[in-house]
Design a protein around this ligand. Sequence first.
Ligand SMILES: Nc1ncnc2c1ncn2[C@@H]1O[C@H](COP(=O)(O)OP(=O)(O)OP(=O)(O)O)[C@@H](O)[C@H]1O
Ligand SMILES: [Mg+2]
Length: 512
Amino acid sequence: MLAKEIFREFKEHSVSEFFRKNAAMLGYTGKIRSLTTIVHEGVTNGIDAAEEAGILPSILVAIKQIGPEHYRVVIEDNASGIPKKFVPQVFGKMLAGTKLHRNVQNRGQQGIGVSGATMFAQITSGKPTKVLTSVGDGEITQMEIMIDVNKNVGKVIGSKRLKEEWRGTRVEFEVKEVNYQRSRYGPFNYLRMTAIANPHVRITFVEPDGTLTIFERATEKMPKRPRPIPPHPWGIRSDDLLSLAKTSKAHTIANFLATELSRVSKKKMGQIERLSGVDLRKSPREMTWEDAERIVSAFKRMKFMSPPTKGLCPIGAKNIERGMSQILNPEFVYAVTRPPKVYRGGIPFIVEAGIAYGGDAGKQGENSEGLEIIRFANRAPLIFDQGGCVMTSAARDVDWRRYGVNPNVTPVTLFLNIISTHVPYTSAGKQSVADEPEVYEEVRSAIMDVARELRRFLNRKIRRREQMKRAGIFERYLPIIAKRAANLAETDEPDVGPLLEKVTGVDFDPEE
Ligand SMILES: Nc1ncnc2c1ncn2[C@@H]1O[C@H](COP(=O)(O)OP(=O)(O)OP(=O)(O)O)[C@@H](O)[C@H]1O
Ligand SMILES: [Mg+2]
């Protein structure tokens, strides 16, 4: 064929057309996983939106079976609601949202999650996604949305207004080619994990068979709000710098760098100018690709303070312990929040770890035992693609037996969470975190912190068990010996309690 003929076929595609064909990239692979992904997209959005509005999140998830491999998924939140004119974009336009461009630690970051769910529902059932939302102004908007994949815009199929007092958002997806199961990869475990990492969230879950589960809040305290952290000069690429420059309101590049990047003070401008050879008095709108490249390469040769971390909000060790206790009822629980660190030179992150032993620890689904690793990023559970995740590899590289844990038997849940303005996910499905060396090291240290505490607890437990065994022997025979001896000596029987205490170290209080 001639080029002329081949290129007759040349066409432009929209982002939604791309994801229609590659839904797997968004986590829609497998019947169980696809269902969990829908729940995940709805729940993360609900919690993000409630927190942003300063509301204690209450989330309802209900899954109903309509036919074979055919379900209705309802996700409802008590958050801010969505203004009517944004509804078609939120649910029907990909790469649109309020979080992509903000450098804030949120569960969502790509503006693709819930529109991906709309897309999946649409390509499997042919049905629109039903949205009910109100910002609390006495009016509820009801809309049915489909995605026009050629244009990547939301199409409104039907719209209604209801006069009623309520605030929040309720989304209903009708999907086929999915299956409900209470396995490790199913929605139940997903919500259980969400509850552990979010002790301030109340989750109500109705399963297809009607089973109602309520994951109660373990605290009424709202987490601190994360704040935007401007990009650090060591973490920025030429392309990011250029696109920031194009929308900047600053009059000079110098001003732009000082206000829109972190840790670039006015004092540094002379050095940037010298190293890059770029005239910083130019308008940032006039920045060229070469300028951006030269500035970024100058940054690499300069010294800066590490990025600010005040905007990052970890869950906190006490809250992780609360969450794990509430859901797992363990015998022992311990958690740490590590100090902030930086990866790729300029992106701040925090690693948290928690460990629980006994109770329901280690039971991630039916018929499972031993060490369970639960992974989170910005508090959202990651349950798929565990093989390729830095948290899994760090946990596997730990020599668990040194900590008294047999990974196949000991009932332990290991909790790992990475907090960052930019979690280095390996794909758009956001299920595993890339193997950045600094992240690996931090995760490893965090695991060792909590594993050491567990070892201490287990050692105490073993010691106590041995004590009790010894005590049992003495307790049985000492009174008999005392009685015989008293008989022989024809004296009163002595009180053996204090003696027992002394030889066994166990407190024999007659009151108990
Ligand atoms: N339940 C909700 N309440 C209020 N606003 C919402 C809700 N769900 C979505 N939004 C808004 O719609 C936008 C798009 O949501 P979407 O899930 O597609 O992307 P995202 O959450 O920004 O990022 P990600 O792709 O990582 O999920 C959000 O950024 C938010 O502004
Ligand atoms: Mg989202």
